[in-house]
Design a protein around this ligand. Structure first.
Ligand code: KG4
Ligand code: ZN
Length: 335
């Protein structure tokens, strides 16, 4: 079969990204222009700033992705683009760029769901991985336990009822004085703290496969406020370690319980929080104990990137999915 060379574009949040991926698993380039520094001073992503930066960077990033892959648009067989979920103005920049290229060069266009992209990062990391498997998708906007029954066939077995795991990380980080994005900073700080120092609530741990992180977040905020009122010095490393331990225990316990119930023996992680060292270690140890295979993408493939969108676009393309010039950004696109 002829190679399928995909140019993929991702602009759903605060990274402007483009990549060239061949046959869904062979990454020829993966260019990411992050806006994190611009948003840090506001404590989170400012949608208007994100959209404007995407407009400034999109052509540069696409050109660089093609150059690094030693290709031109004439070599590209398919354009893949994230069209949701995400920030509408941010998504639109990628969608419009993808449509413009597809139209002018007469190249087939495929719309990709952002979470489908995160899951597909595992196909790049582990070229032998095939469905079915269970994937815990943990990002700034999502906490989903997904049964990947087949390429493009997803069954959501559980999800958060309030805050996403990454959102909880970012809010807790802010409360203890760490800048956005807080996840990586809490991860690093937790290595210096005692994970058993503070008992935070493990919400819904034995109760089905949905998650709830807002109670945990509030409990940390209450702890911080009461320490401040008493004039105590904040034990930020212990807070970070105890919070991370609680999140990891809930995520691992539920994933293991579901895998056992469904008889699934392959477990994968995806999304920005999948870069978390405590989560990777905890999930790997639990998988080893239960005899499950464990997969997780490298850090650069966990957080937002376009290579993962190129992989997901390939499987969408193979099943015949095609978008036309009416493709629009869908901020709350369901999986
Ligand atoms: O997948 P992603 O790049 O963007 C979304 O689709 O949301 O995820 C970003 C989230 C942020 O909340 C960030 O704090 C979190 O992933 N994150 C981490 C780590 N690295 C990124 N959370 C915990 N530990 C990390 N090492
Ligand atoms: Zn993401």
């Amino acid at each position: 079969m002829k190679d399928i060379k995909i140019l993929a574009i991702e602009t759903s949040c605060d990274e402007t990204a483009a990549a060239v991926v061949v046959n869904g698993r062979d990454v020829r380039s993966n260019v990411i222009s992050t806006q994190i520094d611009l948003h840090t001073k506001f404590g989170g992503v400012v949608p208007e700033i994100a959209s404007r930066m995407h407009v400034e960077k999109i052509n540069v990033v696409i050109r660089e992705a093609l150059e690094k892959a030693n290709m031109t648009l004439d070599d590209i067989d398919v354009i893949g683009v994230t069209y949701g979920p995400g920030l509408v103005g941010a998504l639109l920049v990628g969608v419009v760029a993808a449509k413009a290229i597809a139209f002018t060069k007469n190249i087939p266009l495929v719309g990709v769901h952002h979470i489908e992209g995160h899951i597909a990062a595992n196909y790049i990391q582990e070229p032998t991985l095939e469905p079915p498997f269970l994937c815990l998708v943990v990002s700034g906007g999502h906490t989903h336990l997904v049964h990947v029954a087949d390429y493009n066939t997803y069954e959501i077995m559980g999800k958060t009822r309030d805050d996403a795991a990454g959102e909880a990380y970012d809010k807790v980080a802010r409360a203890i004085g760490l800048p956005y994005p807080g996840g990586p900073k809490i991860d690093a700080l937790s290595k210096e703290g005692n994970k058993d120092a503070i008992a935070f609530p493990k919400a819904m741990i034995g109760d089905g496969y949905d998650f709830s992180f807002s109670g945990l977040k509030s409990s940390v905020l209450n702890y911080v406020n009461s320490a401040k009122m008493k004039g105590d010095e904040l034990p930020i490393a212990d807070i970070a370690a105890s919070f991370q331990n609680t999140v990891v225990e809930v995520l691992v316990t539920k994933t293991m319980a579901l895998a056992k119930e469904k008889g699934i023996t392959k477990i994968a992680l995806a999304g920005g929080v999948a870069a978390n060292s405590g989560l990777c270690e905890g999930m790997e140890a639990a998988c080893n104990k239960n005899g499950f295979a464990f997969y997780h993408p490298s850090k650069i493939l966990c957080t937002d990137n376009a290579a993962m969108i190129g992989s997901a676009a390939y499987y969408e393309y193979l099943r015949g999915s095609r978008a036309d010039m009416t493709l629009n950004a869908v901020p709350n696109l369901p999986l």
